[in-house]
Ligand binder design. Structure first.
Ligand code: F7E
Length: 331
């Protein structure tokens, strides 16, 4: 049985990746922070399944900023593959908490690389990097050769971590890959990311649970894909013969306004009556022209994103309608 270790297992990507790896026959070990809320988490269905939890899925407490704890888990689990997904992932918030963002995302990754360097058994590492490393790119669309030009603390921390990984790959021969992940969403997306915030609000307004939706810059554009497609890419990157970096993206750009229109259309409401602009959600700097070119992943990994943007937003809105209709108070 191959063994995988996932940092950030309780997040959107971690939970889908756990399902995929269990399906592929792996034993899955997850690193959770003491502060991670396991109740009602995205892993609940697996955690509460006695055939899975404690048999093929195991959770371990450790902190990225406490190397002793992480090293202990690494030695105990002796994984074949590590998927490093943990970190402070909210770009807007990274302007408010830049030091802890860098501590977790940049230094946390460096610490992990140092530990892997010392391991006796060879291990394969996937690092979830981000399109935010491109910030204000000189080339559109961006691929693996596009220079990094981050414009926020989060992007800068990811750029540091990604470069450091390449240095460790070259210098110490680690099997380590950066997946440069463009935005990827799903019904499990955190509620403070814009797609989920909008889909959930459209559903809540439809059900009479919310009156309006306050947003920042609705002209902002992103290359949005389906998280379930992207975690398949993570796994494929580690099955490839050589450790390489890959861009995962759809190659299509849409605006926040497009998300608003599609989700309100899904619930049959006119967005104009409910959507307001609110300075609180504007960011000090917005990246420009972030569109990915995933030709390398397509060529070498046969990776193809399957879900369209319109399907994704409709699915997210419909799922929130069902969730809120069932559990309006704590959904
Ligand atoms: O913002 C604009 C906001 O927070 C998207 C993370 O997974 O993808 C994600 O980062 C856009 C931005 O995602 C609101 O200004 C307008 O232009 O959903 P988001 P993000 O910042 O692109 C990258 C690839 C990552 O790696 C990150 O970890 O939407 N926007 N109004 C808003 N955004 C939010 N959150 N809330 C608003 O009210």
């Amino acid at each position: 049985m191959p063994r995988a270790l996932i940092t950030g297992i309780t997040g959107q990507d971690g939970s889908y990746l756990t399902e995929l790896l269990l399906e592929q026959g792996y034993d899955v070990h997850g690193v959770v922070r003491r502060t991670s809320s396991l109740g009602r988490s995205r892993l609940d269905h697996l955690y509460n399944d006695p055939a899975v939890y404690g048999r093929r899925l195991f959770l371990h407490y450790a902190e990225l900023d406490d190397p002793t704890t992480l090293r202990r888990v690494l030695v105990k689990v002796a994984p074949d593959e590590i998927y490093h997904l943990a970190g402070q992932s909210h770009v807007g918030l990274s302007f408010e908490i830049p030091e802890s963002t860098c501590e977790m995302t940049a230094m946390g990754t460096l610490r992990l690389l140092e530990m892997i360097r010392d391991l006796k058994n060879p291990v394969r590492l996937f690092h979830a990097s981000s399109s935010e490393v491109f910030g204000e790119p000189s080339i559109v669309p961006q691929d693996e050769n596009t220079p990094f030009a981050p414009i926020n603390p989060y992007g800068c921390a990811k750029a540091f971590a990604s470069h450091m990984l390449v240095i460790y790959r070259r210098t110490f021969g680690l099997f380590a890959c950066n997946g440069i992940m463009f935005n990827h969403e799903s019904p499990r997306r955190g509620e403070n990311f814009v797609t989920r915030k909008i889909c959930r609000a459209a559903a809540a307004i439809k059900l009479g649970l919310q009156k309006e939706l306050a947003l920042g810059d609705t002209t902002a554009r992103r290359d949005w894909g389906d998280a379930r497609d992207y975690i398949r890419g993570m796994w494929l990157a580690l099955q490839h013969a050589k450790p390489e970096d890959f861009v995962f993206a759809t190659g299509e750009s849409h605006s926040v306004q497009d998300v608003v229109e599609l989700s309100f259309q899904t619930v049959g409401l006119d967005w104009r009556q409910f959507v307001k602009q609110d300075q609180r959600f504007m960011r000090p700097a917005e990246p420009h022209r972030l569109i990915g070119n995933a030709a390398k992943a397509k060529r070498l990994l046969s990776w193809v994103p399957k879900t369209t943007f319109a399907q994704l937003i409709a699915e997210m809105t419909e799922t929130d309608l069902e969730l809120l209709a069932r559990k309006p108070l704590d959904g």
